[in-house]
Structure formats: C-alpha cells, structure tokens
Design a protein around this ligand. Structure first.
Ligand code: MG
Ligand code: MG
Ligand code: MG
Length: 322
C-alpha cells in the first residue's frame, strides 16, 4: 500500500465531486496534524484529491476562480487507500475498488454497495450536497475554513442544489451556504449561482455523446442496467436543434452497453422542469414512474430537477415492478 489516501468523487465528476475531494483532503491533512479527530482515529497517510474523469466547464471555472489546479486523474484504486466523496456505489466509483482499502466515505446520496471489512469514518446526511456535510465536519472538528476552500464548497452547494431550486435542497444547505458566502466574501448567491451554471449551458461545441455523458450515472435497477444522465440548461432552446442527434446517440449507447434503458434529463433550471428523453425496452416504466406517457421521444416533467430524488427512486420502483 502506498502511504497516501486518494480522495475521489464519482465517475463523470461534477463540481461537488471535485471540490468536495479537494476540501476533504485539506481537512484530512489538518486532522493528521492532531486535534480533535486524533481522539478517535490516528491518521498516518497524507490525503491527495484526485479525479476519475475530466472536469466539466463549470468545475473548471470554479477551480480557476478560487485558485485551485484541476486534481490529478487516477485510473484505478487497485492497491491504494481511498476516501470516497459524493458517492458510495460501485457502479460510480473507481475501477479496482475491490482491491482498494476504503478508509472514509462522505456523501449525501442513498447508501450504495461499497462495503468495508473494518469500521471507517462514514458520514452521510440527507442534504443537497456533499460540501454541506464537509462544512459541518470542519465545524465539528474545529478546523478553520480558508477563504478559497469556502469558495469551492459554496460553489458546490449552488451547483448541486441548482441555486437552491432542486428538491434536494434543505434548510441546512442554505444555512451552510450563507456561512460559506461570508467567509468567501460573496455577496449575491443567486448572481454567483447563475454565473456558475451558465458555464454548463454552452453545448454548441459538444458532441451528442459528450452531452449525454456530461453528468451521467449507471444504476442497477432490479438486475437491469439503466443509465440516467442530466444536463442543466438556463434555457432548453439551447439544445432543441440537437435532440434528434442526441436521441440517435442514446440508441447507439444502449446497444453498445447492453442497457435496459437510457434516460436523459434535459433540465431547464429557469422553468424548473425536465424534458426526459427516453430510450428503453420497457417504455411502460415511464408511466409507472411519472404518471405520464411518453410523447414520442420524451416526456415533460414539471418541477422535476433532481435525478436522485425525483427520477431514480420512481424508476427503480417501476423497474422492480416489471
Ligand atoms: Mg455529484
Ligand atoms: Mg453531490
Ligand atoms: Mg449532481
């Protein structure tokens, strides 16, 4: 084993996955120096934030704005100590996880299937963002948050909660964001949120595959392989002319990957709803899950902005009832 803990977020990293890895690695290294946490566990290894996939333009913008380099990419966890942030699902984690030693998990999703032989630091709260959990860990262990770390944690919260509009948003996320904004000296959260989100709305230079893969996750739903992607736009008209091309690419991906279904959420963050593009062998799951029939390639779901709260759970249920 190397004498390092690699802190890594999920595949197809979003801003929370990357920035929470950076912030948690910083916190871990502070813990390593001593203080509160040493009463509970002894930390020997230094933490290093890494990514397992290219960062998106929003994340790149956030890292540049607050003066961080893009973390190094690693391909496999084989023989490494790892800390997982923003996920605990094998389907989303680093390759070779079964030969890695997982030493910590910090997350805000449903508990996945990564298992450990030993007790570990495992903190999961049902909030809108991993960065919210990490801020609480800083506070609880009395580690001061530097201004630039506050900036990336705040960016993660605004990104994950879609500027507090997503159904995943809790009062705790808002409270923590206000505290971070003070440290980061950012006065207008909505303005800053739109500034970040606009970076993801530029899709002209992307291939159809890039658009699908922008924020894409694989799930095992009752033994069936299902992919759910999401692209958040400030206006759906930005992507209108590309829908047929994207749909054809989804069909291709479905065949290549042996999927039971691929679902792509085209989310309008201003109108606060999602046009769900669907390619599946089981079109009946759409009505079961969302109470609305597919109209051609897609179905408009008013008020739906969260994959993990409003799309994945009903789809999982629908697939389990097939
Ligand atoms: Mg994430
Ligand atoms: Mg997250
Ligand atoms: Mg997300």
């Amino acid at each position: 084993m190397e004498h390092v803990v690699y802190v890594v977020g999920h595949k197809n990293p979003d801003t929370d996955s990357v920035c929470s890895a950076i912030a948690f690695a910083y916190l871990w290294n502070k813990w390593r120096e001593g203080g509160n946490v040493s009463k509970m566990m002894k930390i020997e290894e230094e933490a290093v934030p890494v990514i397992q996939g290219d960062v998106n333009p929003e994340t790149k913008y956030v890292l540049e704005k607050f003066g961080f380099d893009v973390p190094e990419m690693i391909e496999s966890g084989d023989g490494k100590k790892v800390a997982l942030v923003d996920h605990s699902e094998k389907a989303q984690t680093i390759d070779g996880i079964d030969k890695a030693e997982v030493v910590a998990i910090v997350d805000h999703h449903k508990i996945g299937d990564v298992a450990t032989p030993q007790p570990i630091l495992f903190v999961n709260l049902p909030v809108g963002c991993t960065a919210t959990v990490i801020k609480l860990l800083f506070d609880k262990t009395k580690v001061e948050i530097p201004k630039n770390i506050a900036g990336i944690l705040l960016s993660s919260i605004l990104s994950d909660t879609v500027i507090f509009k997503s159904a995943t948003t809790t009062d705790l996320d808002k409270e923590v964001a206000e505290e971070l904004a003070k440290i980061a000296e950012i006065a207008d959260l909505t303005k800053f949120g739109v500034e970040i989100k606009a970076k993801l709305s530029a899709v002209d230079d992307l291939t159809a595959r890039d658009i699908i893969m922008r924020d894409y996750k694989d799930f095992d739903m009752s033994g069936k392989k299902v992919g759910v992607g999401q692209i958040e736009l400030v206006d759906l008209s930005l992507i209108e002319g590309r829908v047929d091309e994207i749909y054809e690419e989804m069909k291709k991906m479905k065949e290549e990957g042996g999927y039971a279904g691929i679902f792509l959420m085209l989310t309008d963050i201003m109108k606060e709803g999602t046009d769900l593009l669907v390619v599946t062998d089981y079109p009946e799951v759409v009505e079961k899950a969302f109470g609305k029939k597919l109209e051609g390639k897609s179905v408009w779901l008013d008020g739906v902005m969260s994959r993990k709260k409003q799309v994945v759970p009903p789809l999982e249920k629908a697939f389990s009832e097939l």
